[in-house]
Design a protein around this ligand. Sequence first.
Ligand code: MTE
Ligand code: MOS
Length: 774
Amino acid sequence: MSAPLSRIRGGVRASVRHDSAAGHVTGSAIYLDDIPSVPGSLDAALVLSSHPHARIKSIDLSAAIAAQGVIAAITAADIPGKNDIAPIRTDEPLLASETVEHEGQIVAAVAATTLDLARAAAKLVKVEYEVLPPVLTIQEAAANEHCVAPVQKMDRGDIDAALKSAEHRLSGEFHCGGQDHFYLEGQIAIATPGEGRDFHVFSSTQHPTEVQHGVAHVLGIPFNAVTVEVRRMGGGFGGKESQPTIIAAIAAVLALKSRKPVKLRLPRDDDMRATGKRHPFFFRYDIGFDDDGAIKGLDLTLAANGGHVADHTPAVLTRALCHADNCYWLPALRFRGLPCKTNTVSNTAFRGYGGPQGMFAIETIIDIVARHLRLPLETVRKRNYYGIGRNNVTPYGMTVEDNIIERVVDDLDRSADLKIWRESVTAFNKTSPVLKKGLATVPVKFGISFNRPALNQAGALVHVYMDGSVTLNHGGTEMGQGLFIKVAQVVAETLQIDVDNIRITATTTGKVPNTSPTAASSGSDLNGMAAKNAAEQIKERMTDVAAEQFNVPKGEITFSSNRIYAGNRSISFAELAVLSWDKRVSLSATGFYRTPKVYWNASTSTGRPFYYFTYGAAAAEVAIDTLTGEMRVLRAELLQDCGESLNPAIDLGQIEGAFVQGMGWLTTEELVWDTKGNLRTHGPSTYKIPGSRDVPPIFNARILQNSPNQEETIFRSKAVGEPPLMLALSIWLAVRDAISSLSDYRLAANIDAPTTPDRVLAAVDDMMKRAATL
Ligand code: MTE
Ligand code: MOS
């Protein structure tokens, strides 16, 4: 482990625990639903569409309004401003008006004196529909280029010539599923009307500024009339980037109508039906490669299920295109991204934001290529890794300058003793007729920064009080990932005071305005830098005061271990704070940061969208039962690059959590829509996220040592929130390996993700049939 930088408690690189760890486990950490209601507060419930595609003929609220306890009921007609909450494009209605475009779309809402009365009244709303034919699958939408946004392209070289001249050529199709965020705290907001036009909104959101904008647009009031606040979320995972705007804006319209505080908290089933998820993708590939596995050209279509409106789909698709290279140099390529429109709930951001799907594609294709050539996957990968100083330009024209993938892969290989591990797996399979084991590795390269340059900025606000205590505020939000403690460590380090002196305060649009979402894993990169900037300004002023006090040049003043020194004389940080006040020196500052170097041309899909890359590698062993299709992960070894980690304890938690979440996406979590377009998996009884007993019994996660970020990030750390999710692709490839063992590793498995028992069983049967003809 790299040592902390300083002797203070909780400086950077110290493994201090999450500031709310005790609160999370004792229940004293306050979530929105724990805030005591003020008298007169109302609870709200939603009316959801029962058809995936229909014209709304009429909505009759009268029975609901007449019901006991009901104070207000609304439809689109009650929206005073614009019925549009689109985060990227426009025309995405808050409440359905003329048509509904997915089952579970929000049509109306009711507020009543109690939650039970609101939910009962919502059932009395009568909606008459004229049913229209729905488009339910990506394939149907893709066939007609039925899209929510323009098609995206990325090209390099003469792909047709490259495919023709290659020694081998393979083509095919496969699919990966979506994923519900399944945050423990569901979507929730409390909207309170204030004086005049003012509104205060508590929202469980990763993006307070977008909620502020959404509420203002819908109510038709200026941004400065809306204050949005969030202390913490019980998980967001991308599901609280754009979706909370819907919840908050509905609460606000109900609050406007009733002139009362309104709380809208969705029950799990409504949450799963009405809010967006990870995008399922359908892929079609045509690849040319030589005998040694060298890829000559890849023609890849990535068709995302965007659902009924664009929401984040265009940006998720861009990130998928930007990660379909993973760690590999592709001399010629044609990527086409289709943001397909279907009559299912609009999909949105989810940890990795298209990156996992892009990497899923290339890693699956490499598996297919390797089996075809009867080569180990690792050999084919090695043949195609980005080079150092050559073959190092990505499909979008960015040079990979910080490539350490081979070092990471070799480190994992050695520490996990991969050769011996592999031998034990193949030996097991020789003597086990029913249970088959699989083992696979995966390398990961993930780009850090928002693809849209404007979002790579952050602000912070730091106050020092006269007793030396500090309050810290910034635009980032806390969703369990440990952002608040990391940024507090940065301020502690900068001011050289123990982290216990720093009080972390709720994110609010009233303190730091115009913020970006806490997303793209860049929370600590951006807000850490902004907070450092604020703390440095105050430190600079306090240094002047100390220099005057000790009568020495500024350069002789040092801050260290909670004290300020001039040679062998010193005073405490608190004493210097009082002294500064006495001299009428401001102890408050706003900080700002923007990421350097990044730019992006969306029309050509080229630029430098990422400030840097983060790397990782994993190996996973699974066992499948060839008679039932059941599957378990037996062992996982992870190695993740965190640069110089700001907090190794927090980062390890992120690595383990992301991996398990990725495991759920690829193995057990299945979203099932029936042929009528109804989501059939909308609760924990039918939708299976990993439980504690699904965690691999042998599970080792490590942070790569001696790997400072080459770029000047906050104390040379690297972002960690999303990248390790993609390490779970090792599990996907291990399941494929186990199935492939049935052909003595000569054939690639025919299977889509997630690897549910029925899919594994079908793939096993298919493999046995094909193996028999070899
Ligand atoms: N960790 C926890 N515990 N809960 C979450 O909701 N969200 C993930 C990741 N880790 C999440 C999490 C996602 S999608 C992102 S983008 C990052 O955290 C956001 O926080 P960061 O930028 O501070 O890493
Ligand atoms: Mo994370 S999907 O960028 O919120």
